[in-house]
Design a protein around this ligand. Structure first.
Ligand code: SF4
Length: 697
């Protein structure tokens, strides 16, 4: 037995450092270690189960080529030579006949490591002139807002949370995502801090809070503007801070004017007295903190909502003290941007923008309606589009096209992989080298392989580099090895040798901005004038009705229920979803269930004009009236008809950043009277057994 060190690169803010116990070349246990002092020796249950992912029956061990009809999941084994040869031929044929734009890379955050995405893959797809994927399903609206107001300023370190007197968790649930914040929240509460949670759902942490503002989905913007207005009318605005460090305050205040407490209570569903109490608490507390998450961005008002929330600490003058300000993404702590850096990926700025960009939220339309030129090859990696993309029926329809050549390069047989023409086996982070940063915790960590690749799996960097050669787009000077790539990446910091040595010795390095900066003392906005821009003109131009302008709820009398799909404690986005085969229910308030004559466990259909999900109902006190919940990241095996919340999710876009509006799904729920119709199963498999994975999971 041997314990080997690495770091978790999965899509999570925390970036745990890990001890992996290896016996006879096999991983037998994964635990945390204290190399990353923030994660300090413990990890989530999700990654504790990771050996089941590495060695499970769904693991792809060899390349494979489709045998039966699309989606039936019948494949024959192939050699890497045959599989890569076929992929090369089909990509060349598509480029020759329809142009490079007919090829679409389809990928997301299955690994947040620098080597596994935005490395040799960027080089390949840019140089063959493929359509560019706009990866906007998460963090695009919040990223646009944070960049517009503060540049890429890092926020308050989680280690400083115990200093705060008031902490607002807004659209984030560290109980299931980013769990290492919990001890700091506990410590803050023990120190006497007040905890405020803004979330439609009364999850465990919300019930532990001093104040829970149970907003109707999509109305966070109204609440944030109302709080700013309240601070303003009650003379709790820090005018001195604003005059020294901010621009655009008057324009922001003008946009807050319509948001009286009474109107805001009507729109958000939060009682007037609670709004006023929390606004006063926030205004009077110092240090006061806002942990802004991503839940509030996934609707038509999402970008403006995040901007208004991030404006609060500037308006109320909460910066300049330890534990005061906000935290959103801390990825700006490392100014490493391999996607744009010529000489790292081989990305070539002289080639200009891609000939065609396709928003990830619209991939269903692009595949199913055959854009012009049609997409003829889709190359899926680090991603399970059938599980995560809106307009799921269109994604199914597109992937079922017999004239579409689909490559799925993954670790396990995902829902999407069943539609592949060629499947390639990918290594997990335990089997390849990786460099990663967190977007909550700030260190950069290196992980070397702790076991040999399982089966014939290969690392992304190697495979995309080989495809560059096969397609004849490699160039002299490209980083051809992982070692060369890491070298070039670190060169961007200007401190390559220091970081190289520190990574070799300690496996971890910290950024120059420091681990625990006091905002507006140790670090300032990364805008040109180093000020907060409370009303960035470009964001005002971008938002369809202007920045901070509320767009009404899309609910109708036919579809009155707001469907939300937050994360749970069992998957990381959709990663690891194959480990759970139980049927997942729709959580609903007792009142809504009663109005529809439903009892716990009844089989229901949740539907709108876009599609339907057949599963059971879980009546839950956690849910407010008018809101239902089906978790993010579930797979087709988790419902009776092989559909997930994305079957009813619209592909409309957020006001900023062209992001996903998952939480704008409006639906109705009714009893499924006669069990499943023969057509209900569609092309997906179903193996549901009744289980409880609803809101308390
Ligand atoms: S998913 Fe997050 S909490 Fe879990 S091990 Fe990875 S970094 Fe840590």
């Amino acid at each position: 037995m041997e314990i080997r060190q690495t770091a978790c690169p999965l899509d999570c803010p925390d970036a745990c450092s890990l001890d992996v116990t290896v016996d006879n070349g096999q991983v037998v246990k994964i635990d945390g270690n204290s190399i990353n002092s923030y994660t300090d020796g413990y990890i989530c249950a999700k990654v504790r189960k990771y050996p089941e992912h590495v060695y499970g029956k769904e693991r792809i061990l060899k390349p494979a080529i489709r045998q039966g009809k699309k989606g039936e999941g019948e494949f024959r084994e192939a050699s890497w030579e045959e599989a890569l040869g076929l992929i090369t031929d089909r990509m060349q044929e598509a480029a020759r006949t329809f142009s490079g734009e007919s090829i679409l890379p389809l990928f997301y955050g299955g690994s947040n490591g620098y080597l596994t995405q935005d490395s040799a893959d960027t080089r390949l797809f840019q140089r063959i002139g493929a359509s560019q994927l706009l990866r906007t399903v998460c963090a695009a609206p919040s990223g646009a807002a944070a960049k517009g107001l503060y540049g890429k300023m890092s926020g308050v370190a989680f280690e400083d949370y115990p200093e705060a007197k008031t902490i607002i968790l807004w659209g984030v649930n560290p109980g299931v995502s980013g769990i290492h914040l919990l001890p700091y929240l506990n410590e803050a509460q023990e120190n006497g801090a007040k905890l405020v949670v803004v979330d439609p759902r009364a999850h465990r942490l919300a019930r532990k809070a001093d104040y829970h503002l149970q907003v109707r989905p999509g109305t966070d913007l109204a609440l944030a503007l109302c709080m700013i207005r309240w601070l303003w009318t009650n003379e709790m605005v820090d005018h001195e801070f604003l005059s020294r460090h901010a621009t655009g305050a008057d324009q922001l205040f003008e946009k807050c004017e319509p948001w009286s407490v009474g109107r805001t209570a009507d729109v958000t569903g939060v009682p007037e007295e609670t709004i006023e109490t929390v606004a006063r608490l926030y205004g009077e507390s110092s240090p006061a903190l806002i942990r802004c998450g991503w839940g509030l961005e996934r609707n038509r008002n999402g970008g403006s909502a995040v901007a208004a929330v991030l404006a609060l600490p500037a308006v109320a003058g909460k910066f300049g003290v330890r534990g005061g300000g906000y935290t959103m993404s801390n990825s700006g702590a490392w100014a490493l941007d391999p996607e744009k850096a010529a000489g790292v990926t081989g990305y070539d700025p002289t080639l200009g923008p891609a000939p065609r960009s396709i928003n990830m939220n619209k991939v269903g339309q692009a595949l199913a309606f055959e854009d012009s030129p049609p997409i003829k090859v889709v190359f899926v990696y680090n991603c399970n589009p059938l599980a995560i993309l809106p307009r799921q029926e269109l994604v199914y329809k597109g992937l079922a096209r017999e004239d579409l050549f689909t490559v799925v390069y993954d670790q396990v047989l995902t829902d999407t992989a069943r539609f592949a023409d060629v499947i390639l086996p990918a290594t997990t982070f335990l089997e390849h080298r990786e460099i990663r940063r967190g977007y909550g915790a700030v260190p950069l960590q290196e992980g070397l392989p702790v076991i040999e690749p399982v089966g014939e799996s290969r690392p992304n960097f190697q495979v995309f580099n080989e495809l560059c050669h096969r397609l004849g787009v490699n160039r002299e000077g490209d980083a051809e090895t992982e070692e060369e790539f890491v070298d070039r990446l670190l060169e961007q910091t200007g401190r390559k040798e220091d970081y190289r040595q520190a990574l070799a010795k300690d496996k971890i390095v910290y950024p120059e901005c420091g681990v625990r900066p006091v905002l507006f003392q140790d670090s300032y906005p990364m805008t040109e004038d180093r000020k907060v821009h409370l009303f960035p003109e470009d964001l005002d131009q971008e938002a369809p009705r202007g920045l901070y302008v509320y767009q009404e709820d899309p609910g109708t009398t036919e579809y009155p229920l707001a469907l939300i799909s937050p994360a749970t404690g069992r998957t990381i986005s959709s990663s690891l979803g194959q480990l759970y085969r139980d049927q997942v229910g729709v959580a609903m308030s007792p009142k809504d269930a009663g109005d529809r004559g439903l009892s716990n466990g009844d089989t229901i259909r949740l539907f709108n004009d876009l599609g339907e999900v057949v599963t059971h109902v879980e009546v839950s006190d956690e849910m407010p009236e008018g809101v239902v919940f089906l978790p993010k990241g579930i797979w087709c095996q988790n419902t009776a008809n092989g559909r997930t919340s994305n079957a009813v999710s619209p592909d409309t876009l957020t006001d900023l950043g062209a992001g996903a509006c998952y939480n704008d799904a409006r639906v109705e729920v009714e009893r499924k009277a006669h069990g499943l119709d023969s057509g209900d199963l569609g092309t997906a498999s179903s193996s549901g057994t009744h289980g409880s994975t609803g809101p308390s999971s």
